[in-house]
Design a protein around this ligand. Structure first.
Ligand code: SAM
Length: 261
């Protein structure tokens, strides 16, 4: 039985405000066209430790994000690549390569470059339900996502709720899904969209035989909740790793866990 936690009045009000703002965003789908970032060429202002790690990642993976992306996005991509790199080193295996991949809840898909560089997938699709959120410069999240995806072969963005997806994948990644009310409200979404059980079940259901789910959560408490959801969806954890020294500081240490049927 699924227990619905009590919501406070302030949470309900924030949820209503977020719901209205999402409805408005979904009605105004005007697009300014693809958003293509200006490559920064180089990243300034790295600490000595960051500089060493970024140089190592560039060498190991043979790609410089700054040849494609702005400084901020490049650094964020190095942070995700660094996390993946050290998670797999800790797990003691080679990353899966050449697979059909889905990334669930990809936001603007700003990290498509890190996923491509690390996993070298045969195909990669990012899913995001809040695709028409508009940024201050007038571009929507989808405009950005299509720009990021378009830089890579066989990479696509779908403005879609993953709960209704039935296409299977060999590897599904899910970075920081919402598992409790506060984060989803802070992100600007309404509580009716908080369906962690259903989301994990749908990812588990779309895994091809032998496929895997990489889940990433904020801190050990969230990772514990996510682990319960994965186990309830019939998945078995292969490994888990917490990053106590992320390349970019985060409020909570990110935790990766890797699951199969
Ligand atoms: C905390 S954000 C993480 C964004 C991104 N993965 C990252 O690492 O920056 C979670 C994202 O999942 C999206 N999301 C939540 N439920 C979803 C669903 N059922 N289908 C597709 N996207 C969903 C939200 O709109 C939000 O953009």
């Amino acid at each position: 039985m699924q227990v619905t936690p009590m919501r406070s009045w302030t949470q309900r009000l924030r949820s209503l405000r977020n719901r209205i703002s999402l409805l408005v965003a979904n009605r105004i789908r005007y697009s300014r066209g693809l958003h293509i970032e200006q490559p920064c060429g180089r990243i300034d202002g790295l600490s000595p430790a960051q500089q060493v790690r970024v140089t190592g990642l560039r060498r190991k993976y043979g790609f410089a994000f700054e040849s494609l992306l702005s400084e901020e996005t490049s650094l964020n991509n190095y942070a995700y690549l660094d996390f993946l790199d050290r998670a797999w080193v800790a797990a003691g295996g080679a990353p899966p390569a050449g697979l059909v991949m889905a990334d669930v809840g990809c936001a603007s898909f700003w990290y498509a470059a890190a996923l491509q560089t690390f996993f070298r997938p045969r195909r990669l699709t990012g899913y995001e339900l809040e695709a028409y959120r508009r940024y201050a410069n007038g571009y929507t999240r989808q405009d950005y996502a299509q720009g990021y995806a378009g830089a890579w072969p066989a990479t696509a963005f779908r403005a879609q709720d993953y709960l209704y997806e039935t296409e299977s994948a060999e590897l599904i990644t899910c970075w920081f899904p919402f598992v409790s009310p506060e984060p989803i409200l802070a992100w600007g979404l309404s509580l009716n969209l908080l369906k962690p059980n259903e989301l994990v079940r749908s990812m588990a259901g779309n895994l091809k035989p032998g496929g895997a789910l990489l889940m990433v959560n904020h801190g050990s408490e969230e990772a514990r909740s996510a682990a319960e959801l994965c186990a309830a969806a019939g998945l078995t954890r292969q490994w888990q790793w917490m990053d106590s020294q992320p390349l970019r500081p985060r409020p909570q240490p990110p935790v990766a866990s890797y699951w199969r049927h």
